[in-house]
Design a protein around this ligand. Structure first.
Ligand code: ADP
Ligand code: MG
Length: 733
């Protein structure tokens, strides 16, 4: 080993020799371990008296209020169960607007007449009061009334998060202000689920269904992530502080060969996955599918779908557990949407469907024409929702990180359109055009009066480029970022569909009240109107292409590329109207969210800018200067020799010297420009305007400044360069 081996190079050698994780307990009993750390139905039956069990089930299923006596019984049972598993503390586990989850631990411990006892009361289970004044509320709370409450959400099972010295009993909760405003991401999601349930029940009643009492939203979230060796991570302040690399020359080998996608999984990664999945199973997270993704060291985990609020909780749990287990394996798990420039980023496909309380999927075409018509109604209502609220859906997935993916030939563009597949497209077009020809036989569809289309589930053609695709019996909203909570996207989607169901049902019910109205005709003619109206958001082609961008422009579809602009959709009058009518957000809550999101976006970019300046000053310029002085010594040595035979001997050094000097100058110029823009931004008081300033100026600058640095990385001697390189982080494990 040369005396000049850098810390970075030593890390690489270390990974090669001891970065492997030995195989251990490879036989894990999934069936018997599944859910052992959740307060699930089996545990409830075991620990609760029968009447309490029945009452709690009713609360969970139908949302009935829980009596305080029952709450006491449930709390006691939960505590007994938790203590039997070595747990001493509980926490209300909730999702503030940071996108993370929050907890404040309390011991069961109480002192009673000088005696220490472990106790957990119903009132503690039902309500908590974290000193929560520091959570973002976007100005919807002033500090004197900053009190926030967490309230138990019985619809999502309590669970034990294991730790090295015993676990914590986590009680899924909502987080609201003293005045009842939602301060978290779960409350609006639950409200949107109520909204769509109400609206969808109208449809089921229309079709004569009297038994179904509730409609639920189901979601399945496919989670993408990167894994790199932990030692690399610890040498990259940008990954630690911003979640992504702000610098880094491209690796000669990237993803061009597509040799990672669905490739065999490396042993070290497989060991991590198996461990992580086992942890998830214990928490009742039904992790089902795992595979390599397109980029090197990129992977995906998909669970079996759940009811939306439970699915959203479980996605948060999944992200936490993946990170925790990766750490145990000396790996760093990256959830950022674009950890490496020039390499595919990570997303989160959100599979979304509607089901009734009997478990029937309402987006699954049925067997009879009536079922088909009902299916079509839900389908068209979803089209209408996306048509009216495309920009709002775009808003719901907006973040500084996701801006790097959308429209970058790896993820759906910022234009929201819907893919339906060939058969459904034909059927909808036929309804729109009053056609009963040709396709009639092919699709067994006859649209003559009262003749209803027969639709078969279409699994054949899949379009992977559409942001919103119908995939057989569900919609797949594909534009979500990998790091974000799925709550807002599902809140917006469910609320928007609830609104269009109401719109369609109002119209149908109006027409039905007329004499001699035939229900099938009324429904079909109403759907026809909305199919025609929403024509321009249907797109079956390649959404990554430039033709689509041009075509979308002609169709008048918005293409909002930057978060600073995308966020405005939340305060659009159409959005406010929908949120208020569907009881999802009050106006105060909307503006609270808006301000919080703007602030978060700005702060994110500020942190990136500061981190970048720091890295350039302390990690890039110094090695460049060192190399420069090496070159200068060589050149001046050659000059002092004053030997004609040495003519031209240091030409290479001279050339390199110029390149280095130009690179350093470029970086210095960039830093100054960035600093002056940051200063300029400080003077902007109006938050929306400030966010736009960041989108237009600072986001771009952060990307352009790295160019001279990445060029320097390619010519500076390896032993002088301290930051782990792309070719190392993405290929050495
Ligand atoms: P693909 O890679 O084709 O998108 P995956 O199998 O990776 O498919 O993921 C499909 C996801 O869709 C899974 O999480 C699955 O549970 C979910 N899913 C299936 N049916 C429904 C449904 N009715 N509602 C919500 N999600 C669903
Ligand atoms: Mg998918």
């Amino acid at each position: 080993m040369s005396a000049t081996t850098s810390a970075r190079q030593e890390v690489i050698l270390k990974i090669a020799s001891n970065g492997k994780i030995p195989f251990k307990n490879s036989t894990k009993d999934v069936a018997s371990d599944f859910g052992v750390n959740t307060f699930n139905d089996k545990v409830m039956r075991e620990y609760l008296p029968k009447d309490a069990y029945i009452q709690l089930r009713r609360t969970i299923r139908k949302g009935e209020k829980l009596d305080i006596n029952i709450a006491n019984t449930v709390a006691h049972a939960m505590k007994e169960w938790a203590i039997s598993k070595g747990v001493s503390h509980f926490t209300h586990w909730f999702q503030p607007q940071t996108g993370l989850t929050a907890e404040k631990h309390d011991a069961f411990l109480e002192v009673d007449d000088g005696q220490v006892v472990e106790r957990f009361r119903g009132s503690q289970l039902v309500q908590g009061e974290p000193d929560a004044s520091s959570f973002p509320s976007g100005g919807s709370r002033t500090t004197f009334e900053a009190r926030g409450y967490t309230m138990w959400d019985p619809s999502s099972p309590a669970f034990i998060m294991e730790g090295p010295n015993g676990g914590i009993l986590c009680i899924p909760s909502v987080f609201i202000s003293y005045t009842g405003e939602a301060l978290d991401k779960k409350t609006p999601l639950l409200r949107s689920m109520d909204a769509i349930s109400k609206s969808a029940l109208r449809v089921l009643r229309l079709f004569g269904n009297k038994s179904v009492y509730r409609i639920i939203i189901t979601i399945g979230t496919e989670q993408e992530y990167f894994l790199i060796d932990k030692s690399f991570f610890s040498l990259r302040p940008d990954l630690q502080l911003t979640g992504r690399t702000l610098l880094g020359a491209p690796s000669p080998k990237g993803q061009q060969l597509d040799d990672h996608y669905f490739g065999s999984i490396k042993e070290r990664v497989l060991a991590f996955m198996q461990d992580a999945e086992h942890e998830l199973y214990k928490l009742s997270v039904p992790a089902k599918t795992r595979h390599n993704e397109v980029a090197p060291h990129q992977f995906e985990l998909a669970p079996i779908f759940d009811e939306a609020n439970v699915g959203a909780d479980r996605n948060q749990i999944t992200m936490e557990v993946l990170k925790k287990v990766a750490n145990r394996h000396a790996l760093a798990l990256l959830l950022h949407e674009k950890p490496f420039a020039g390499i595919n980023g990570s997303g989160k496909h959100n599979n979304w469907s509607i089901a009734d309380s009997d478990g029937n999927n309402l987006l699954d075409p049925g067997k009879t024409p009536e079922e088909n018509l009902q299916f079509l109604l839900f389908l068209v209502a979803t089209l209408k929702a996306v048509h009216t609220h495309g920009s709002l859906l775009r808003m719901s997935i907006a973040s500084a990180g996701n801006d790097h993916r959308l429209g970058a030939n790896e993820a759906p563009p910022a234009i929201i359109s819907v893919f339906l597949g060939e058969r459904l497209t034909t059927i909808l077009n036929d309804i729109r055009d009053d056609k009963t020809t040709k396709s009639a036989e092919e699709y067994i569809i006859d649209l003559g009066l009262s003749k209803l289309p027969l639709i078969f589930r279409d699994n054949t053609d899949r379009n992977r480029t559409s942001p919103f695709a119908f995939t057989g019996q569900r919609f797949e909203f594909r534009a979500l970022g990998s790091a974000s909570s799925v709550s807002l996207a599902n809140t917006v989607l469910s609320g928007a569909v609830a609104e269009s169901l109401d719109l369609i049902m109002d119209e149908i019910e109006g027409k039905m009240s007329q004499k001699n109205a035939d229900m099938n005709d009324v429904v079909l003619s109403t759907l026809k109107k909305y199919i025609t109206e929403t024509d321009n958001i249907r797109y079956e082609g390649n959404n990554y292409s430039t033709e689509w961008e041009e075509e979308a422009k002609k169709r008048g579809l918005p293409n909002i590329k930057k978060t600073g602009y995308a966020l405005d959709a939340i305060i659009d009058p159409h959005s406010i109207k929908m949120f208020k009518l569907q009881n999802i957000f009050s106006e105060t809550e909307i503006y609270g969210r808006y301000n919080t999101k703007l602030e978060q976006y700005i702060t994110n970019l500020e942190i990136e800018a500061e981190t970048l300046i720091d890295l350039l000053n302390t990690r890039v310029i110094p090695p460049a200067l060192s190399f420069q002085s090496q070159l200068l010594s060589a050149i001046s040595a050659a000059i002092t020799m004053d030997d004609a035979a040495l003519d031209g001997a240091v030409d290479t050094e001279k050339e390199l010297l110029k390149e280095i000097a130009a690179g350093i100058m470029g970086i210095r110029r960039g830093i100054k420009e960035l600093e002056s823009k940051l200063k300029e931004a400080e003077g902007i008081d109006d938050l929306p305007q400030k966010a736009k300033f960041f989108s237009d100026n600072i986001a771009e600058l952060i990307e352009s400044i790295r160019i001279p640095s990445d060029n320097l990385e390619k010519i500076i001697p390896d032993d002088l360069w301290t930051l782990p390189k792309y070719s190392e982080m993405l290929f050495i494990m």
